[in-house]
Ligand binder design. Structure first.
Ligand code: HEC
Length: 115
């Protein structure tokens, strides 16, 4: 019956849309505004304890956009996730989620560290 197949198609389309929406949400998910504030604080105070509060370098190298320009996102991300044994750069896996690390890498690239 045509009404039945129309209904069926509508349900399938809706399911399809829901799946597309949830996939794109997980790709583009950003930390909440509150969490972004916490991450900015962490970047300045925790990362900053080694990399300098303005990320110009200290025990760890400078993390300003010009220092990172030649390094792919994936390298920076893996460095933050796993650290760089045996250097003092610690792993942040378990403390930060992958999405939060992506967001931090984006922040470092933009040099957007003071807001
Ligand atoms: C205990 C000190 C310490 C802390 C805390 C620390 N780092 Fe590091 N980090 C280092 C050192 C040392 C290196 C250099 C490793 C090497 O010699 O390859 C490094 C390297 C890096 C690199 C790679 C830079 C490059 O030029 O390849 C990134 C990115 C980075 N750190 C980000 C962070 C972030 C983000 C945080 C905070 C979430 C953080 N670090 C906290 C010590 C630290």
């Amino acid at each position: 019956m045509w009404l039945n197949s129309l209904l069926h198609r509508t349900v399938l389309t809706t399911l399809g849309l829901l799946m597309v929406t949830s996939v794109s949400a997980s790709v583009f998910a950003e930390p909440t505004a509150d969490r972004q504030q916490e991450l900015r604080h962490l970047l300045k105070h925790d990362c900053g304890s080694c990399h300098g509060m303005t990320l110009k370098g200290g025990l760890g190298p400078a993390l300003l956009p010009e220092n990172l320009a030649s390094k792919p996102d994936e390298v920076l991300k893996q460095t933050i996730i796993h650290g760089r044994p045996p250097t003092p750069m610690p792993p942040w896996m378990g403390i930060l989620t992958e999405e939060e690390i992506d967001w931090l890498v984006m922040l470092l690239r933009k040099g957007d560290i003071d807001a």
